[in-house]
Design a protein around this ligand. Structure first.
Ligand code: ARG
Length: 468
């Protein structure tokens, strides 16, 4: 047991209490951020004359060494320390002596951990944004190649109207675009530096908080020291955005699973992204899509967990907040893995275009267009709806489709039908005539695609250069 306090205590901490309290097991992943934060703090303390230049130089060199040694693996983050902050400070003091003990001047672990977690989360927000951009790029590529790949569009999982694969993928472009924009929003709202808030009420040392914020590439310092050490909203926002990404990935996964089923056979998942069965040799299972769908619950769980942790905490810092880490790390890791694998799976997904078009042709997906045809001939829409309903019934009885009927058969139901009906209800016409903004007709889709491409070029998170 090695801890940063003890002066007022007359007894050793109970071993079970110590272990229960310790966070090193999971906050050790913050070592880079902890060191980076400490370096900036020391730099500022020296600028303000609180540390001498010599002390600051010793601290900086010592911290740099620790960072290198941890990265090389020659210094192990030992679990005998309570948390990552204690570990870094103890090793530093062990290595450089007295100056090491001065590093914590004007700082509390409360603002220190608030800083570490923000630095870490900021980096994960940028990383998530990058993965979303990769995903959007793959979606655009598939869209470009499939402007005329016809497929059925569904409502209630029943064939409704024909559309194209580009159009279907475009819906996901929209979803992941919003997810990407959320990253910028969250980033901008959380990019303020809490260091200098102290335990809760600031400090009497003349700290230059603006300067530290600048060194760490924040937009500025936070403005209320109590809020600085007790705010975890930015994590909640990020977890909510990660949950939304998972919800989108899960819907997409569900569709891929359906498209990959024996009954649909719209797609073939690459061998590298499927798995076999230990007993049924014919099986090729969409496990990645299923796992992504499955892991969604776990990310939602993280959000619920943190919301619940935070709901009853009086100001300012309370130890409950230590619980923010494991669930957040788990969600961040899960989403990064899911996005990475999903991108790979999409890149290698093969579409069975003939099968998709064939499926779009049966199932009366052209019934709306047949009704619209009659409307153009002067039949009121409500009557046309009834006539086409009868026509569909007729086709079901004869086990055929509208476009396969003879003109005579059609006229038997309504004499408004003419030879031009066949063109009007063809799959190509049904899709290509849909040219309103947002519709699947390829001339309309081409314009939308141009907008999507410029969206992709315009996403920006103000560039930040991490020391780590
Ligand atoms: N491990 C703690 C956390 O994650 C660090 C802050 C400790 N502060 C304190 N007053 N005990 O929240």
């Amino acid at each position: 047991m090695a801890q940063l306090w003890g002066g007022r205590f007359t007894k050793e901490t109970d071993k079970l209490v110590y272990d229960f309290n310790a966070s090193i097991g999971f906050d050790k992943r913050l070592f880079r951020q902890d060191i980076e934060g400490s370096m900036s703090h020391a730099e500022m303390l020296a600028k303000q004359g609180i540390l001498t230049e010599t002390e600051k130089d010793a601290i900086t060199a010592g911290l740099e060494e620790i960072l290198k040694d941890v990265e090389k693996g020659t210094l192990e983050i030992s679990e005998k320390y309570e948390d990552i902050h204690s570990f870094v400070e103890a090793v530093l003091t062990e290595r450089i002596g007295e100056a090491g003990k001065k590093l914590h001047t004007g700082r509390s672990r409360n603002d220190q951990v608030a800083l570490d977690m923000r630095l870490y989360t900021r980096q994960r927000i940028v990383e998530t944004a990058g993965l979303l951009e990769e995903l959007l790029a793959v979606i655009i590529e598939t869209m470009e190649e499939n402007l005329e790949t016809y497929m059925p569009g569904f409502t209630h999982l029943q064939k409704a109207q024909p559309t194209t694969l580009a159009h279907h993928y475009g819906a996901y472009f929209e979803m992941f675009k919003r997810d990407r924009l959320r990253m910028t929003d969250i980033y901008e709202r959380m990019n303020y530096c809490p260091l200098g808030a102290g335990a809760l009420a600031g400090t009497t040392y003349p700290l230059d908080r603006e300067y530290v914020a600048q060194l760490l590439k924040f937009a500025g310092p936070t403005l209320n020291s109590m809020d600085s050490v007790s705010d975890r909203d930015y994590l909640i926002e990020f977890l909510a955005a990660l949950s939304t990404i998972m919800m989108h990935l899960s819907r997409f996964s569900e569709e891929i699973i359906i498209w990959n089923s024996n009954e649909y056979q719209f797609v073939e998942i690459d061998d590298a992204y499927s798995t076999g069965s230990s007993i049924m040799p014919q099986k090729k299972n969409p496990d990645i899509a299923e796992l992504v769908r499955g892991k969604t619950g776990r990310v939602y769980g993280s959000l619920m967990s943190l919301l619940t942790t935070m709901k009853g905490i009086p100001l300012a810092y309370n130890k409950d907040m230590q619980e923010d880490k494991e669930v957040s790390f788990d969600a961040m890791d899960t989403v990064a893995d899911c996005l990475t694998l999903f991108i790979g799976m999409l890149r290698t997904l093969k579409f069975k275009k003939e099968r998709m078009a064939e499926s779009a042709m049966n199932g009366f997906t052209n019934a709306t267009d047949a009704a619209d045809y009659l409307v153009r001939k002067g039949v009121p829409f409500r009557d046309a709806h009834g006539i086409i309903g009868q026509l569909v019934l007729y086709c079901i009885e004869k086990n055929t489709s509208i476009d396969k009927l003879s003109l005579e058969e059609l006229k038997g139901i309504s004499d408004m039908f003419e030879e031009d009906v066949f063109d009007a209800v063809s799959l190509k016409t049904c899709v290509e005539k849909r040219l309103t903004i947002g519709a699947p007709g390829s001339e309309s889709m081409k314009k939308t695609l141009q907008i999507y491409k410029s969206d992709l070029n315009n996403f920006r998170i103000e560039s930040i250069s991490f020391k780590s």
